[in-house]
Design a protein around this ligand. Structure first.
Ligand code: B16
Ligand code: MG
Length: 216
């Protein structure tokens, strides 16, 4: 029986990938590295520091900076990113998601957020949906990022449910792998998972109940 849903943020609730891309591309350019949208796909669901490491490696600069310099570079990207997302409003919620959150609440389904983004709570606030969430994982306390299952296991604890009682929704390959490694049914938005949908528009309470039933 479906008792909880664990959401990823970027790519599922709202689309911040484009802003992450702009901020990373700008920073990379400043240090002489070119990244394109195809490369950016590798950064989805990956933490800020790990993203920077991948970009440096991509530009053959993996050993060019000290730890302190890397922290400064990541901060710089984040400040730019925060400027870009400042203007986000309710209108930036992906299609079908607000309706789904409301339906889940009406049916007493627990709702958690398992986002690698440290800006998650701020984004939920801008979108005016923070009250729907029973638990928001603080990624600062998560030892191993996606594709490790840690963030989804923490979310399960936060809403006090077992893996078989929930569904996880992700848009990144690393995220789907994390859900599966936590033993949870995965819905992939635009990516392969237990069940794949092409758009968040296809997500609603009845659909999720059917998915949960077909896997138990
Ligand atoms: P921040 P998700 C992830 O969010 C993004 O997909 C990823 O591109 C980003 O690097 C990561 O959050 C960290 O974000 O720099 O804001 O802490 O997909 O796990 O919701
Ligand atoms: Mg995502």
């Amino acid at each position: 029986m479906l008792k909880g849903v664990i959401f990823d943020l970027d790519g599922v609730i709202t689309d911040t990938a484009e802003y992450h891309y702009q901020a990373w591309a700008h920073l990379a350019n400043e240090i002489g590295i070119k990244i394109d949208k195809k490369f950016n796909e590798n950064l989805k669901g990956i933490s800020r520091m790990e993203s920077l490491e991948l970009i440096l490696k991509h530009g053959n600069k993996a050993d060019a900076y000290t730890k302190e310099e890397k922290i400064a570079l990541a901060d710089k990207k984040n400040n730019h990113y925060k400027e870009l997302i400042k203007k986000m409003t309710k209108k930036d919620i992906l299609p079908g998601i607000e309706n789904l959150l409301q339906e889940l609440k009406n049916n007493n389904i627990k709702i958690a957020l398992a986002s690698a983004s440290r800006n998650g709570p701020m984004i939920l606030k801008s979108l005016e949906i923070e009250d729907f969430f029973d638990y928001v994982v603080n990624p600062v306390h998560i030892k191993n990022g996606k594709p490790a299952p840690d963030i989804f296991l923490d979310a399960l604890k936060g809403i006090n449910l077992k893996a078989y009682e929930v569904i996880g929704i992700e848009d990144a390959i690393a995220g789907v792998e994390a859900i599966k490694r936590a033993g949870i049914i995965a819905i992939g938005v635009g990516v392969k998972a237990d069940v794949r949908v092409n758009s968040t528009e296809e997500l609603n309470y009845d659909f999720l109940v059917k998915v949960a039933e077909s896997y138990t």
